[in-house]
Ligand binder design. Sequence first.
Ligand code: AMP
Length: 509
Amino acid sequence: MTGETANLYTAFVARCANLDKTFIETQDGRRIRYREAFDLAGQIANVLKDKGVRPLDRVAVQVEKSAEALILYLACLRIGAIYLPLNTAYTLSELDYFINDAEPRVVVCAPGSHDGIQSLMTRLSGASVLTLGTQGDGSLMLLAQTAPTHIDAAPCRPDDIAAILYTSGTTGRSKGAMLTHRNLRSNAETLAATWCFTAGDVLLHALPLFHTHGLFVATNIILTTGASMILMPEFDPSVIRERLPEATVMMGVPTFYTRLLQEDWLDAKTVAHMRLFVSGSAPLLADTHREWSERTGHAILERYGMTETNMITSNPYSGSRIPGTVGTALPGIEVIVTDPQTGAVLPNGEVGVVEVRGPNVFKGYWRMPEKTEAELRSNGFFITGDLGRLDDNGVLSIVGRGKDLVITGGYNVYPKEVETQIDEIDGVVESAVIGVQHPDFGEGVTAIVVKAAASNLSESAIVKALDNRLAKFKLPKRIIFVDELPRNTMGKVLKDALRVQYKSIYTSG
Ligand code: AMP
């Protein structure tokens, strides 16, 4: 690929067979056709260019979800700028780090955040702040209204950076993953083909736009196939029900599925017309998978990926989707499991670090060459930090993050193994197992458990139930009952927060 053809925006336009087709339908029923979206992308691109944005300049964006926010992403791609979405939950003091690290030429924020963000940008000469509200309001749209729709797409090389997404790391400084036009394009095309997307598909889009799942997996697949999406500001089961009849596919985090299972209306009839339900970004409980199949007749397709690599593995579109596994490597992508100490490739069946190589793997961390070198091997394999196991058919199971491994009395305990056993006990809804500092064992296996409302399960009953199923050293030393597990917006359990909350249960007498 050379010249213009490597620009992801150009690829999207080339793949759109019908410009009159709906690209986005908003929750309030507004339809935006592809032609309108590309025209507005041109107008926004002209505004950004007038503000001095050149190819590879960063455009940082912290706005609520809207059709215009999505089109702003297209505008950035079109002029070869680097799109840098920021979680809407970040506070001003957190934004200070991101803005000064990324040095954007333009920041687009919600109208109410303008002054606060402006005050963070004193060190960035020539940078501007524009605003974008959820109703097409704000200074960006005001300027765009009178801007020309035409602008040439910037010629890009495949390895040019298209976007930087900061990882949601809760320890240390957040790292900016640099994703190239090739990374995003190859993954979108691979996923669209693997999951059999066509222009006739209509996606229920209830995911945030600042994360790889909602921004790249969901959006880029739609743009790659000229399909349509129903864009919802957030996940709301009653809105899902209302829009379900028009849709063919839903992508969600596991909590979408557990929440929908609480709805009385969910049955095989309401989803009979659906083609596909996809889950990812956090582990889908095998129980949720089974319950969903029983209720709806659909097997959820679980896939696995991360910010730095886009999507890595997927359960099959045709063929059996195995609960508790994340499927096989996507075409063109290699997955290996290695020994955490030596880096040697492990035989199938053994747990080790998941490593991945392919056109999906990012270029490195923004301005962090040492971190890039530590995690991206010179042979192209990226060390994901996830622990997993491959079976003889190449099916991967994720057993947790490496940093979540519990080392107790010198033995390794994989939290997922203990969680799976606890979750099978009658009366348990779900659990999170963490390592907590322990005076005798180094770390004590500790289970945080949510039990069903009507259950009177006790700590000793759980330990007793586990007794024959797990080796002694894996048994929780303490079980703590809670009403719910803390989660981030992508449905990931916040184990760091749990470790902090319970850090002194074995040491404070
Ligand atoms: P993020 O970069 O925020 O997308 O987070 C990526 C991390 O989410 C991965 O490294 C995994 O730890 C986790 N993850 C994503 N998908 C799955 C899945 N299907 N099963 C288990 N963990 C997952």
